[in-house]
Ligand binder design. Structure first.
Ligand SMILES: Cc1cc2nc3c(=O)[nH]c(=O)nc-3n(C[C@H](O)[C@H](O)[C@H](O)COP(=O)(O)OP(=O)(O)OC[C@H]3O[C@@H](n4cnc5c(N)ncnc54)[C@H](O)[C@@H]3O)c2cc1C
Ligand SMILES: NC(=O)c1ccc[n+]([C@@H]2O[C@H](COP(=O)([O-])OP(=O)(O)OC[C@H]3O[C@@H](n4cnc5c(N)ncnc54)[C@H](O)[C@@H]3O)[C@@H](O)[C@H]2O)c1
Length: 476
């Protein structure tokens, strides 16, 4: 077999969130780029992740709003679901975005797109089908796949993952979900709101990576809506039964059995490192993914790894952030440093749970007792009251001088509210910057300002401040 040799400046493996961002930016600067994708352009986020899940969540939110209007005097009746149309909506949204990530668009930008499986054959050559690519730099952006836990019976019952659940054309009657991370929780609430019975089996606690108080608010909302949460529960085995699928579980109370129509496995991700030829290319990797330094460089100095495969944060905007860093390094040879603390995250449950910067626990480790924890509950925010969305709070952590170290928001539209705090953390702002902001009334963002203002609450009782105010009165 004769193979064609390409010698671009940059070769990117994987056309998902990370790879496409590198390709688009490099092509915009007129750099020669080869992009290799073995599956669907757009990767997980577009096809099996963010986009379909948020489209489903949007329909579920409409159903929930229709029901919750009753308490406010608006009875729209019980919503009637046509899941066929919900399925169509999900895939219409994917189809609307797909041209932006398509082979056609990238070729029009000047990128050579190869639709094949890529693997390294030596330290500076990648093979994709009949093409060999020798590039000045390589960027591995191969993402991750759903992890498969070693649960007896799992391979025989026909379970779902994020790669298959959005293809269902009918709504599950009883969806059992193994795993209470962001995937499990977002989809549990969505299917429950669409009328399914939903049970979540979680080995530890739901949303365990999040602030405990904030996760408790989401947990309470899910329970209120009728999601059955089984925490600290181990899956012993799964088998088929007359309902469809049975999950045998073990908790402190003893063994139990959950019977459902469908089973979703959402227990984390496995980095896509297999069959990439990493060892022949001298690229170190382990169970978490490809090992990179702070500059996203692998043990092979020609090769960078970004996004889910790089073993750190697994978010679309994290992959985009990594992409921006490596473009700066490869094109302009600028020094770069990956700073995960700047990357916000949002779980799109309702209420949403958003976070950026240090958590309270992390900040306490580095700042000890001098740490200031500032809070404002949405129950005291007028817009939240008007909209009957008073659950949740804003929590800030600041050092003793008021520098903002981190923010957690749980509540309605928390994902939209976290942007301001991302700016505060990345620009090392002090609470005074936010306390001095003029914000429109009535908005949810005022809760954040209120938390910032509370930094000064102590000074209201401070005798020196009071004395100063009395003294200044002398001047008329
Ligand atoms: C259900 C779900 C919901 C999510 N929701 C959100 C969300 O709301 N917000 C958010 O920020 N993140 C979300 N994520 C995470 C987000 O999807 C990922 O973090 C993001 O897609 C990672 O981008 P990436 O470029 O690293 O990988 P991907 O987007 O997965 O792209 C990797 C690409 O590489 C290709 N590839 C792999 N191996 C090879 C090879 N050898 N040769 C050629 N091509 C290869 C794959 O086919 C794939 O297209 C969600 C994930 C899931 C599963
Ligand atoms: N809104 C978002 O940005 C968003 C949404 C979905 C996914 N994601 C990304 O995708 C990643 C993967 O999500 P995920 O929810 O699959 O993973 P996760 O690792 O965040 O959570 C998996 C959960 O499954 C539990 N678990 C593991 N094995 C189990 C078992 N055998 N039985 C019961 N429980 C078990 C773990 O304790 C954990 O709580 C996330 O970490 C996130 O980075 C992001």
């Amino acid at each position: 077999m004769t193979s064609r040799l390409l010698t671009p400046d940059i070769c990117i493996i994987g056309a998902g969130s990370g790879g496409l961002s590198v390709a688009a930016a490099a092509a915009a600067f007129g750099v020669e780029v080869v992009l290799i994708e073995k599956g669907r352009m757009g990767g997980d986020c577009l096809n099996y992740g963010c986009v379909p899940s948020k489209s489903l969540i949007a329909v579920a939110a409409l159903a929930h709003d229709a029901r919750s209007g009753r308490a406010l005097g608006l009875n729209a009746g019980e919503p009637v679901l046509d899941y066929g149309l919900t399925h169509a909506h999900i895939h219409d949204v994917i189809a609307t975005i797909a041209p932006h990530d398509s082979v056609e668009r990238f070729e029009a930008l000047g990128v050579t797109v190869l639709q094949d499986h890529a693997r390294f054959v030596d330290e500076r050559t990648v093979e994709a089908g009949e093409v060999r690519v020798r590039a000045r730099r390589f960027v591995i952006a191969t993402g991750s796949s759903p992890a498969v836990p070693p649960i007896p019976g799992l391979d025989t019952v026909g379970s779902l993952t994020n790669e298959t659940i959005f293809d269902l054309k009918t709504r599950p009657d009883h969806l059992i979900i193994i795993g209470g991370g962001p995937i499990g929780i977002e989809l549990a609430q969505a299917y429950r709101r669409l009328g399914a019975q939903v049970s979540v089996v979680e080995a530890a606690t739901v949303l365990a990576r999040e602030d405990r108080e904030a996760a408790a608010v989401v947990r309470a909302a899910l329970r209120d809506e009728g999601v059955a949460l089984h925490e600290a529960t181990k899956v012993v085995r799964v088998e088929t039964d007359e309902a469809g699928i049975a999950v045998i579980v073990e908790a402190q109370e003893g063994e139990g059995r959950l019977s459902g129509s469908h089973l979703l496995v959402a227990v984390g991700r496995t980095a896509n490192t297999e069959s990439l030829g990493l060892d022949v290319a001298g690229i170190d990797h382990d169970k978490r993914g490809i090992q990179v330094d702070q500059a996203m460089r692998t043990s092979n100095r020609r090769v960078y790894a970004i996004g889910d495969v790089a073993g750190g944060l697994q978010f679309t905007h994290a992959a985009n952030y990594h992409a921006g860093l490596v473009v700066r390094a490869i094109l302009f040879r600028l020094p770069i440093r990956n700073r995960p603390v700047l990357v916000p995250r949002v779980t799109y449950s309702d209420p949403e749970l958003a976070h950026v910067g240090l958590s309270e626990a992390e900040a306490r480790e580095s700042h000890g007792d001098s740490l200031k924890v500032l809070r404002a509950p949405f129950a005291e925010n007028d817009r939240a009251r008007a909209e009957a969305r008073t659950e949740g709070f804003v929590k800030l952590v600041a050092d003793r001088r008021g520098r903002i170290l981190g923010a957690t928001i749980v509540g309605d539209r928390a994902g939209e509210l976290i942007g301001l705090w991302s700016l505060a953390v990345s620009r090392r702002l002090k609470v005074s910057a936010i306390a001095g902001l003029v914000l429109p009334y009535p908005t949810l963002s005022e809760a954040g300002k209120r938390a910032a203002v509370s930094f000064y609450t102590d000074s209201l009782d401070n005798p020196w401040v009071r004395r100063l105010v009395r003294f200044l009165r002398i001047f008329g």
